[in-house]
Ligand binder design. Sequence first.
Ligand code: SF4
Ligand code: SF4
Length: 326
Amino acid sequence: MNGNEREKSFVNWFITEKCNFSCEYCSIVNPRGFRKALHRFKRVVKSPSPRKFDIYEELDDILARFEESGMRFTFGFTGGEPFVYPRFREICARIIQHDDFMIALDTNLAIGDMDRFIETVPPEKVEYIFASTHILERERVGGGLDSFLDRVRLLEESGYSVDVNYVMYPPLFDRVNDDYQRCLDRGVRLSIKPFKGVFEGKKYPGSYTGAERDIIRSLRHDSAGEEIGPRSWFGMYCGAGRNLIRVLSNGDVVRCAGDFNLLGNIFTGFRLYESPRPCIAGVCPCYSPEQLVDGRQPAEKFLAIELFNSRLRGRINRLREWWHQQ
Ligand code: SF4
Ligand code: SF4
C-alpha cells in the first residue's frame, strides 16, 4: 500500500489559549459563565498548575507516537493564536519533514514572519490556512485590513490554499458589505462564518433574524443551502476519536471539540479508537464532521448509558484542561 492510500486522520491541535487579539466574542480569551468563574476561583486559591511540557523539546517523541498508528496525519493548529506559541514556525518545519505528516493553520495572520514561514514550510505540506479577519481587533491592534490582505496575497501567490473568513458577529451587519467589497477589490473573497456564541443574551447562530440570514446567504458563495443554525449528529456513529482527534493545550488527546473523553496525552501516550462510536454531543462544533458520520445508530438503551458515562468523563476532562491553563 503506498502512502497516499493509508488511512488519514486530522489532529485538531488547540496549541495555546493565548492570543495577540482580544475579540469580544472570543470564549477563550474572554471566557464567560462557568469558565470565567473557575478562572477567578483559580486566581484566588493561587493553585500551581501541573507540570508543563514544551512541544519543541518533546516533538520527536510526540511525532513517534503518531507514527506508531501507521496512519497519515494533518496537524491542524488552532487556539488562541498558534503563532504566539514559542518556536511555532520551527515546530511546523520539523513536523513536515515527515513524509506522512502535513500541517494546517487557523490563524489571525497578524503576527509571525511570513517570509521565513514560506521559506521553511512549503505550500505542498500545508493542507490549508484559515485566516480570520476579526475586523475590530484587526483595526485596533492588528495593523489594519490592508496589511492583512498583503499577507493573504503573499501566501496565495506563493501557492498556499488560504480561506479568509469573517465571523458574522451581530454588530458587524452594518459594515459587512463594505468589508466584503474592500477584500474583493484586492482579489480576496471572504467566507462568511456564522457567529457561535451569545450576544445581548441571545444564543447564535440560532438567533439570527430572517433578514440577517439573507445577508449571510447572499455573501456565502461557498455554501449554497448549507445550514446556518447549529448542527447535530447525536447518537450516530462517528469516526471522531480516530479519523479526527483534538489535542488540548495541556497535551490531552480527546475525541473532538464536542466530546472531551480522554484518549491519552501526546507527552505520555494515547490510544485512538479502533472504530466509529456514537456521537454524544447535543451540538457538533467540529469542522466537516459530515465525512465522519455514517448515519447508523446504536440501541437506545446502550445510547443512554453511553451518553451518561461519556458526558461525565468529558466534564472531568474539561476541568483538568482548565486547571492546567494559566
Ligand atoms: S483571534 Fe481568535 S483566539 Fe484570538 S481573541 Fe480573536 S477569536 Fe479569540
Ligand atoms: S458528530 Fe461532531 S461532536 Fe459528534 S463525535 Fe462526530 S465530530 Fe464529535
